[in-house]
Ligand binder design. Structure first.
Ligand code: ZN
Ligand code: ZN
Ligand code: ZN
Length: 372
């Protein structure tokens, strides 16, 4: 299938996962379907009540446990090329025994955080040591992007920038947010995404709700409009970029607050470098908004990691002491929100480089005035 990298990428990731499993003192990690499974195998299989999982032991062969009816689709992923051991089962068999084969009763297991409780509990029942979260292993892998992933994130950034560049075609006073969103949806796909994962068209007072999607509200000529859009680009890496638009010169108070927001976003991007903490990037943006008297208008964290998931580690938030490293990718997206009136947000995805960062989004940051 054309939804993945070459097999050697997955072979390398699996080998590294086994090393980290060993380093963390686990006997094996069990990875259920979802983004972690996709990261390690290139398969976008999603199962729920029938266990499909990757079992990565600290030493020995990686095993795929799966219902026989899933086998054909798994064979089309990297699993088919890597020569992994496959243990398939049919309804009535005990998939947990297959998952734990070769591991002792006292095996120290760790499970991926998206493994359903439906599977976690029976696995735990079969071992004398309670399973732990495999998060330390999986976050370490997924947080640091390799060259192929960084290239995919750059392609995604360029694709969503092309959609923002076309905003004047879609966003006009007198149209509803929903009509604008439908056009943006088509453009997101036309510009190279597999689909639109989210489309926020927040006009006027709706812009003051950071998680507003879109509504039947008719856009007004004096509205400020927040457009936050993104989705996956082959092979599954997401774009996510926000720009704020209007149709005429904004009110002076809006222009002033927006100018502070622009400075805050630029300061946070400028603070990104290896060795800085995640929370220091949040603080760089927040300090400028606090100084401008807008501290209480910035009501969310500054950013989130991005990759196969739209939201993943590292989170750019106060209290996160994680140290930034080359190859991390995350959003820098401060906003200001005036309930009942208007809101604005500026969002770029940045990649941490050896001495700073590389934004993958390059559209202008100022309040864009479209023809009304
Ligand atoms: Zn969100
Ligand atoms: Zn966004
Ligand atoms: Zn975002």
């Amino acid at each position: 299938m054309a939804t993945r990298f070459s097999s050697d990428v997955y072979a390398r990731r699996l080998q590294r996962a086994a090393e980290l499993t060993r380093d963390a003192g686990f006997d094996a990690i069990v990875v259920g379907t979802g983004p972690d499974f996709r990261y390690l195998t290139g398969s976008d299989a999603e199962t729920f009540e029938r266990l499909t999982a990757l079992v990565i032991p600290a030493s020995g062969a990686v095993r795929v446990v799966t219902a026989r009816l899933e086998l054909a689709s798994l064979r089309e992923s990297a699993i088919g090329d890597l020569g992994l051991e496959v243990a398939d089962w049919v309804d009535g068999d005990d998939p947990y025994a297959l998952a734990l084969a070769g591991l002792g009763d006292d095996a120290k297991l760790a499970v991926s955080d998206a493994l359903p409780a439906l599977h976690l509990v029976p696995l735990g029942d079969r071992t004398s040591v309670a399973p732990q979260l495999a998060t330390p292993v999986l976050r370490e892998l997924r947080m640091i992007k390799d060259d192929a992933e960084l290239a995919a994130l750059r392609r995604a950034g360029a694709a969503i920038d092309r959609v923002h560049a076309r905003m004047g075609e879609f966003l006009k006073p007198g149209r509803t947010e929903a009509a604008v969103a439908a056009d943006i949806d088509a453009a997101i796909r036309a510009e190279g995404h597999d689909l639109a994962e989210f489309i926020i068209v927040g006009s006027g007072p709706n812009g003051a709700d950071p998680h507003h999607e879109h509504s039947a509200r008719e856009i007004q000529a004096d509205d400020i409009v927040v457009i936050d859009i993104g989705g996956p680009v082959h092979p599954g890496y997401n774009s996510d970029s926000t720009r704020t638009y209007c149709f005429a010169a904004p009110r002076p108070d809006i222009a002033e607050a927006y100018a502070a927001l622009e400075r805050a976003q630029a300061a946070a991007v400028a603070a990104v470098r290896p060795g800085a903490t995640a929370e220091s990037i949040d603080a760089a943006a927040r300090e400028i908004l606090v100084d401008a008297g807008l501290g209480d208008k910035f009501i969310h964290r500054t950013g989130h990691g991005i990759g196969l998931s739209v939201h993943e580690e590292p989170y750019i938030v106060a209290g996160n002491h994680d140290v930034l490293r080359e190859g991390m990718a995350f959003s820098v997206e401060p906003g200001v929100y005036f309930a009942g009136d208007w809101g604005a947000r500026i969002e770029d995805i940045v990649i941490v480089t050896s001495d700073g960062c590389e934004p993958v989004n390059t559209r202008p940051h100022h309040l864009v005035i479209l023809p009304g």
